[in-house]
Write a protein that binds this ligand. Structure first.
Ligand SMILES: CC(C)(COP(=O)(O)OP(=O)(O)OC[C@H]1O[C@@H](n2cnc3c(N)ncnc32)[C@H](O)[C@@H]1OP(=O)(O)O)[C@@H](O)C(=O)NCCC(=O)NCCS
Length: 183
């Protein structure tokens, strides 16, 4: 069984980014993204409506972290503490050494290769520090940016579920992409 320990919190760095722990001070910036229907169009989660919803999301993140059942990093630009996005393993199947990854970036920062930097670093942490065997991503097939990012990082399409979830008053498909460790 996989044994992970996220204490002390593993702050990660990339050439342009620092990935740190969330705090409740990030709630306002998190709300801006999680309440935006365009940004959330492919993330099948209820839109955040107010600051309490964002605070609740951060509480879920902190609870998963303190129980070592999930880890989400707050993405900031180096030299700034401000939240610009998030990335993390929000579901870990310890018995299978497997985790599901999710990520989100402020549109003003998209298209500059920043999530590529964050993803590479988090994959490296997942395989080399957490000792995962596989990383899974569940993606809407219309989410071109996310699929490009996953393929660029050698994730392979393994499954396609037709109309398996109901979101925004419609049934949507899910593609499963997976990356296996090379270790
Ligand atoms: C998916 C997401 C995180 C990508 O972040 P990003 O920082 O813009 O990605 P990058 O700049 O690192 O780009 C990675 C690759 O995807 C490509 N890409 C980025 N946006 C794209 C788009 N809208 N359409 C097609 N390709 C796109 C880039 O060109 C790059 O490929 P390249 O290096 O070969 O040119 C961002 O679009 C996002 O936050 N989307 C909303 C939330 C979301 O859908 N999350 C994923 C849920 S599964």
């Amino acid at each position: 069984m996989l044994d992970v320990n996220f204490s002390p919190f593993p702050v990660l760095s990339t050439p342009r980014l620092q990935l740190r722990q969330f705090t409740y001070d990030d709630a306002r910036d998190l709300l801006k993204l999680r309440s935006n229907a365009d940004i959330m169009q492919y993330i099948a989660r209820p839109l955040a409506k107010n600051i309490n919803d964002a605070i609740e999301l951060i509480t879920v993140i902190q609870d998963l972290l303190s129980s070592n059942n999930g880890i989400t990093w707050c993405i900031t630009l180096r030299g700034s503490n401000q939240f610009i996005g998030s990335i993390g393993f929000w579901r870990i199947e310890k018995e299978n050494y497997r985790a599901e990854i999710g990520y989100l970036l402020n549109p003003a920062r998209q298209g500059a290769g920043l999530m590529q930097e964050a993803l590479q670093t988090v994959i490296n942490y997942g395989f080399n520090v957490m000792k995962l065997h596989s990383i899974q991503a569940n993606v809407n097939p219309h989410n071109a940016a996310s699929i490009k990012l996953l393929k660029k990082n050698e994730f392979i399409q393994e499954g396609y579920f037709r109309e398996n979830h109901f979101y925004n008053e419609a049934f949507a498909d899910t593609v499963i992409y997976t990356l296996l460790t090379k270790n």
